[in-house]
Design a protein around this ligand. Sequence first.
Ligand SMILES: Cc1cc2nc3c(=O)[nH]c(=O)nc-3n(C[C@H](O)[C@H](O)[C@H](O)COP(=O)(O)OP(=O)(O)OC[C@H]3O[C@@H](n4cnc5c(N)ncnc54)[C@H](O)[C@@H]3O)c2cc1C
Length: 437
Amino acid sequence: MLSKALKAAHFPRTSRSSLYPIALRSNARLTRSFYASPIPRAANEITRPAIDTPLSLWNFTEEEEMVRETVRRYAEDVIGPKVREMDEAEKMDPAVVQGLFDNGLMGIETPADLGGSEASFTSAIIAVEELARVDPSVAVLCDVHNTLVNSVLRMYGNDHIKERWLPDLATSKVGSFCLSEPAAGSDAFALQTTAKLDKSGDFYVVNGSKCWISNSEQADTFVLFANVKPEDGYRGITCFILSKDMGVQIVKKEAKLGIKASSTCVLAFDDVKIPKENVVGEVGKGYKIAIEILNEGRIGIAAQMVGLAQGAFEKGIRYAYDRKQFGKPVGDFQGMAFQFAEVATEIEAARLLTYNAARLKEEGRPFLVQAAQAKWYASVIAQKAAGQAIEWCGGNGFVRDTGVEKYWRDSKIGAIYEGTSNIQLETISRWLKKQYT
Ligand SMILES: Cc1cc2nc3c(=O)[nH]c(=O)nc-3n(C[C@H](O)[C@H](O)[C@H](O)COP(=O)(O)OP(=O)(O)OC[C@H]3O[C@@H](n4cnc5c(N)ncnc54)[C@H](O)[C@@H]3O)c2cc1C
């Protein structure tokens, strides 16, 4: 559940029923959805049945509204005062991570009987958006943990794996998602980390290295992709779950341009023994898991970029209406006001692409192209909004005190991780070719 204490503080009149997740359990409570889908999907992938009446994308369940309010207040009140310090120190305050656990934000979709909040995918998207509005570094920690790590285990793990790992991930242990390697970035299936079954047949022995792994400084739990049969190419890629004490080594922490408080490390695996039962899904089907999970993970990155754009925009426009030149607020000059109007509209478009992709996913409908569009566009707009906000604040936008330049530094990553912008455009253009040829 979301933290009852926080809810009590922020929502004193909330009825008992609304304290509990409703989105996944009761059609009667749904306040928005799309047309019934003509495309059937596996029942266990559909978390939000489609309903007949089309509604706007600004309709949320009671719980989703509550997630937004709760996360916004937590981000503004608790994270906000620490953002500058964490960025300068290039380190996440452990109290912030603990706060994410305490507020039920580290197991957003995890079933309640496994210690999670059992909320909708859109709740996770809203949480990431609201965190990024204040600090995109905290947002990516929460995003990777929820939309990649938890989701892999929830969607592909057997009961034993879910029961063994999800409760800790929801309450106390941070997760990392280890796919990329020095020679395997966009071409992720070129990965060279191997997992060989030992003679006893009980363990896989893993050797290799992973790079740019988010959350890895804080993480206890690692979702790892390694090849059990390199001679079969990508068809040997297998997904494993392991804990740090099995032998994960942090070789180097990267110094970065942006999202500095988020840890990004190079990891080494030297003869790491992983029990056979830690294989997630089927042996040799890890490539499928990686593709599918990154398709939806991209919606989380889109949300991060939307939140970032919104945060930068708000700082910029407030400053412009406060700052006086030529006897009036600089925001009152039409040359400024029209820029506000343009950027606000672009942020809203990016947000709607993001919500639409999330709802399509919940309804079990195809969302690959929409997720790619959302991620690509949101990352473009995040860079634009953050860049404009710096200019709206003039010299004060360029110095660190106002916190605007940080949004711009942070915005660059949106075009790189979980599929670069070119990879998103490749997905969209391939689909276009199919439609028109
Ligand atoms: C801060 C940070 C955090 C990260 N977190 C994680 C994580 O938690 N887990 C994880 O597994 N990985 C993570 N990554 C890795 C990230 O996903 C990769 O960096 C990304 O996929 C791009 O791979 P690359 O850096 O090797 O770039 P490359 O693939 O080498 O790309 C270089 C350039 O070539 C272009 N390009 C490549 N292929 C094509 C093509 N077919 N068509 C057109 N253009 C192309 C790209 O768009 C890009 O502009 C992270 C990276 C960073 C920087």
